[in-house]
Design a protein around this ligand. Structure first.
Ligand code: NAD
Length: 352
C-alpha cells in the first residue's frame, strides 16, 4: 500500500483542432478585456491568427520573445503592459514565449492564456526560469501558473520534424523523472506512463507524416500530461544536468534533453528497476534507456553531446557544477558517476 498526497494545479485546458478561434471567449471568461499578444518573428502568422480572433480585445502586440527569458526583453514588454493598461497576456509559441508570459504575470499579476506550439510543457507549471547578466534563475510560485491553456493541434502541424523529436523527448524526460520522484503518487504515475506511451507512438508517426493530425494530437496530449507531472513533482539528475549544460555551456534546451535522457536513465536504472520496467512496457521495448536511445536515433534526433558542439575538455567542469549541490535522485549523485555519464553522452554510445 502507498500513502500519498496529491494536489492539482488549478488551470483550465481547452484541447482540440482549431481551438485558437475560441481565444476571445477564453479571455472574456476570465473577465479580461485588454490583451497583449506575445509571440516571436518565426511564428508571426500564428500570432496574427490569434490577434484577429481576439478582435477588439487585442490592445498590444509584442513579437520579441527570446530563449531563456532575458530580463531585458521582459522589461521591453513591461512597457507595453503599462502603456496599454493590459489586463492579460495571450502567448503563442514554445517554452520561450510562455516564459515571457510568466515573467510578466509574476511582475504584474495579470492573467495568462497560453497557446503552445511545442511540447515543452511549461504552460502547465508554476515555474519560471529567467536570465539576468548571463545567469539563469528559477522560481516557483502559484502566481506563475497560467490560468488557461488553449491547445490547438493545428498550431503544431508546422513544427519541423527535428524540433518535434527533440521537443517530444523533452516532454518524455518530464514523465520519466516524475516516475522516480520522491513526491510521485499513483495519479502522477498514470499520467506519466500514458504520456510516455503516447509520445513513443506519436513521434515515429509524425516523422513519417508531419501533417498527421491524430499523431500531432497524441503528441500534444502527451506533452500536456508530461508538463502536468513536471508541475506537480520534483525532478532529478536529468533535469539538473540539462539545466547546467544549457546554462553554463549554452547548449540548446530540447536537444540537450534529447541527448542526455537515455544516459540519465541508464545511471538511475539500478536504483529504479520497477520504474524502468514500466517505461519499457509503455514503449514496447525490453530495456528503457536503450529503447529511448534507439527511438531517438531511429528518428534522426541528436544522440551525442559532441554533435551539439560541446567540447570534450568541458565535461569535467560540467560534472562538478552539476553535482555542486545535492538534490533528491533515486541513485546517489557523485561527481565521478556524472563524469562517466557525460563521457558516454558525449560519445553517443548506446546505453548498455
Ligand atoms: P522555444 O520556445 O525556444 O522554441 C524553439 C524554436 O522553435 C523557436 O525558434 C521557435 O520559433 C520555434 N517554433 C516553436 N513552435 C513552432 C512551430 N509550431 N512551428 C515552427 N517553429 C516553431 O523552445 P522550447 O523548447 O519550446 O522551450 C524552451 C524554453 O522553455 C527554455 O527556456 C526552457 O527553460 C523553457 N521551459 C520551461 C519550463 C517550465 O516549466 N518553466 C518547461 C519546459 C521548458
Amino acid at each position: 500500500m502507498r500513502s500519498f498526497v496529491h494536489a492539482t494545479n488549478p488551470n483550465r485546458v481547452v484541447f482540440g483542432y482549431g481551438t485558437s478561434a475560441q481565444v476571445r471567449q477564453e479571455v472574456e471568461r476570465l473577465g479580461r478585456a485588454r490583451a497583449l499578444v506575445l509571440g516571436s518573428p518565426p511564428l508571426a502568422a500564428l500570432g496574427d491568427r490569434v490577434h484577429e480572433a481576439l478582435e477588439s480585445l487585442a490592445v498590444a502586440r509584442f513579437d520579441g520573445a527570446a530563449m531563456h527569458t532575458p530580463v531585458e526583453v521582459t522589461e521591453q514588454a513591461m512597457e507595453l503592459v503599462g502603456e496599454h493598461s493590459v489586463d492579460c497576456v495571450v502567448a503563442v509559441g514554445g517554452g520561450s514565449t510562455t516564459g515571457l508570459a510568466k515573467a510578466l504575470a509574476w511582475r504584474t499579476g495579470i492573467d495568462q492564456i497560453i497557446l503552445p506550439t511545442t511540447y515543452a510543457g511549461s504552460e502547465v507549471t508554476p515555474v519560471l526560469g529567467e536570465t539576468a547578466q548571463g545567469t539563469k534563475m528559477t522560481r516557483s510560485d502559484a502566481a506563475i501558473l497560467p490560468e488557461t491553456v488553449v491547445y490547438d493541434v493545428e498550431f503544431t502541424l508546422d513544427l519541423p520534424v527535428a524540433m518535434s523529436v527533440t521537443s517530444g523527448i523533452n516532454a518524455m524526460a518530464h514523465a520519466v523523472e516524475a516516475l522516480y520522484s520522491q513526491q510521485t503518487n499513483p495519479v502522477v504515475d498514470g499520467w506519466a506512463l500514458e504520456s510516455i506511451r503516447l509520445m513513443g507512438r506519436a513521434l515515429p508517426a509524425i516523422a513519417a507524416d508531419p501533417a498527421d493530425v491524430d499523431a500531432r494530437a497524441e503528441a500534444l496530449h502527451a506533452a500536456w500530461l508530461a508538463g502536468t507531472c513536471l508541475g506537480l513533482v520534483g525532478m532529478g539528475l536529468h533535469h539538473k544536468l540539462c539545466h547546467t549544460l544549457g546554462g553554463s555551456f549554452d547548449l540548446p534546451h530540447a536537444d540537450t534533453h534529447t541527448v542526455v535522457l537515455p544516459y540519465a536513465m541508464a545511471y538511475n536504472a539500478p536504483a529504479a528497476p520497477e520504474v524502468m520496467r514500466r517505461i519499457a512496457e509503455a514503449l514496447g521495448t525490453d530495456d528503457a534507456p536503450a529503447g529511448v536511445h534507439d527511438l531517438i536515433s531511429s528518428l534522426g534526433g541528436p544522440t551525442s553531446l559532441h554533435q551539439l558542439g560541446m567540447a570534450e575538455q568541458d565535461l569535467g567542469t560540467a560534472a562538478e557544477s552539476a553535482t555542486a549541490k545535492s538534490y533528491p535522485n533515486p541513485r546517489e549523485v557523485t561527481t565521478e558517476g556524472v563524469a562517466a555519464l557525460l563521457r558516454e553522452a558525449w560519445a553517443g554510445n548506446r546505453p548498455a
